[in-house]
Design a protein around this ligand. Sequence first.
Ligand SMILES: [Cu+2]
Length: 172
Amino acid sequence: MYTKLAVGAGLGAVLVVMLAPLLASHVYAASPVKVTIQPGASNLADKAFSPNPVSASVGDNVTWTNGDTQAHTVTSGTGPNDANKGKDFDSSPNYNPLLTPGKSFSHVFTAAGTFPYFCQLHPTMVGTVNVATSGQATTPEFPVGVVLAITAAVFGAAIFATRWNKLGVPKV
Ligand SMILES: [Cu+2]
């Protein structure tokens, strides 16, 4: 008796499980963003980091790679006198470890906003990360996932209702 109900519910559950990753992949469409520390960076001021400013979306992983022959740091804040320096991200808390030539540092941005950063060893080296809300990048795709999920729910309910009636149980 209840086997058919269980099958209906099971099919609905399978549909939801199948659609969930599709939906999630659109909501959290993170992508890698790369910034390179330029050769001779210590004398390049706001050209030390390239691209600068760099654009990202919430959830994106930004990676800085040191393409210079000197060590540097990637430290959030406007400079050495910023009371909040290093709070959002810091490749080198207390200068350790320094971002030596060829090394990389990554940070996932979880909030939208404008994030200035600098090098603790050469504070004239400055950059900015502009983080947009993830919805901005995924708006065209997100409704598709929602529509599919609702469709699956409706079909699941329909299957359920059909099985219920076949069992001869009165409609509620
Ligand atoms: Cu530096």
